[in-house]
Design a protein around this ligand. Structure first.
Ligand code: NDP
Length: 282
C-alpha cells in the first residue's frame, strides 16, 4: 500500500504541464504529504490508464486536453457544475470506491479574472473563441457573473451552437464562426481554443476589441502566447494568459482532494517571477 496519497494529471500533450509543480507547492504550503505526477495519455488509452491509476491506489486525477469529455463519461457521479458543463477536469476516488467527476476550470477562471485582476464582468460583452471542453467548463460561472452578452465563435460552428443550446434560459448567448466576427466588438475576449499550444491564432479582425477591453488566453506559456501578443497589438488594457487560472483551478481541485484551500496569490507570484527569470520549467 502506498504510504503517501498519489495524484496525477493526464493529457496529450502534457510536457508543458505545470500542475505537478503547483500541487507540490500547495502541499508544501499547507503541510500535506502527497505525490503528483504528469502522464502523456492519448484519448485512445484514457479509460485503460485511468482504470489502472485508481486500481493502483491513486486518489485523484486531473484531466486536460483532450480528455475532459472522456473524463465526464468515465465518472460514476458528477458535481452539478460538471454535469452542466459535460466536461470534467478533476476525478476523485470516493469512500465507496466510486469516482466523482468535477469541473474546477470555470471557478478558476472567474477567480483569476475578478479577484486577481479585478476585472468587472457584470454588464460586459464577452467573446469566447473555441467550443471545446474548456469552453463548456467556463460557461456557467461566467454566466453567473451576469455579462450583457456571451458569444462563442468556433471553427466548427456546430459545436458552438450545441453549447449555446444547452444553456437555455440565457437569452444573451449566441454562436458564430470566425467569418461573422467583423463589425462586432467585445469588452473581454477569452481564447479557449487550443491553437496557442501550437503558437497559432484564429484570424481575428482588428476592430474586435472595444476601447479599454481585455484579452485572456486560457493557455499559458513561458513566452507570451500568440493571442496575448495579439491583445497587446490591439492595445488591450490587460492581455493575460492562463497561468493564474491554472493555479486557481488547481487550488479548487486540491481543496476537493485534501479539504484545505491553498493561498493562491503567493504561488502565482512565485510562478510569475520564475517565468520572468526563465526559471519556470517548460
Ligand atoms: P479541446 O481540445 O476540447 O478544444 C479545442 C478547441 O480549440 C476547439 O474548439 C477547436 O476547434 C479549437 N481549435 C484548435 N485549434 C484551432 C485552430 N488552429 N484554430 C481555431 N480553433 C482551433 O481543448 P480544451 O477546450 O480542453 O482546451 C482549450 C485551451 O484551454 C487549451 O489551450 C488548454 O490548455 C487551455 N486550458 C487552460 C486551463 C488553465 O487552467 N489555464 C484550463 C483549461 C484549458 P474545433 O472545434 O473546430 O476543432
Amino acid at each position: 500500500m502506498p504510504t503517501i496519497d498519489n495524484y496525477a494529471v493526464f493529457g496529450h500533450p502534457i510536457s508543458h504541464s505545470k500542475s505537478p509543480l503547483i500541487h507540490h507547492l500547495f502541499a508544501e504550503q499547507t503541510g500535506q504529504q502527497l505525490s503528483y505526477s504528469a502522464h502523456d495519455v492519448p484519448a485512445e488509452v484514457f479509460k485503460a490508464q485511468t482504470d489502472e491509476f485508481f486500481k493502483r491506489g491513486g486518489k485523484g486525477l486531473n484531466c486536460t486536453v483532450p480528455l475532459k469529455e472522456l473524463a465526464w463519461e468515465y465518472a460514476d457521479h458528477l458535481s452539478d457544475r460538471a454535469r452542466i458543463s459535460k466536461a470534467v477536469n478533476t476525478l476523485t476516488l470516493q469512500a465507496d470506491g466510486g469516482i466523482l467527476g468535477d469541473n474546477t476550470d470555470g471557478v478558476g477562471l472567474v477567480n483569476d479574472l475578478t479577484r486577481n485582476h479585478q476585472l468587472e464582468l457584470f454588464g460586459k460583452r464577452l467573446l469566447i473563441l473555441g467550443a471545446g471542453g474548456a469552453t463548456r467548463g467556463i460557461m456557467a460561472p461566467l454566466l453567473a457573473c451576469q455579462p450583457s452578452q456571451i458569444m462563442i465563435a468556433n471553427r466548427t460552428v456546430s459545436k458552438a451552437e450545441t453549447i449555446v443550446s444547452e444553456f437555455t434560459g440565457s437569452n444573451n448567448l449566441s454562436s458564430c464562426n470566425y467569418a461573422d466576427l467583423p463589425g462586432q466588438q467585445f469588452d473581454l475576449i477569452i481564447n479557449a481554443t487550443s491553437a496557442s499550444l501550437s503558437n497559432q491564432l484564429p484570424a481575428l479582425p482588428d476592430t474586435l476589441l472595444a476601447k479599454s477591453g481585455c484579452c485572456y488566453d486560457l493557455a499559458y506559456s513561458n513566452q507570451p502566447t500568440a493571442f496575448v501578443v495579439w491583445g497587446q497589438t490591439q492595445h488591450a488594457a490587460k492581455s493575460l494568459d492562463g497561468l493564474g487560472m491554472l493555479v486557481e483551478q488547481a487550488a479548487e481541485a486540491f481543496n476537493i482532494w485534501r479539504g484545505i484551500r491553498p493561498d493562491t496569490l503567493p504561488i502565482i507570484t512565485l510562478l510569475e517571477q520564475a517565468r520572468q527569470t526563465s526559471r519556470l520549467p517548460t
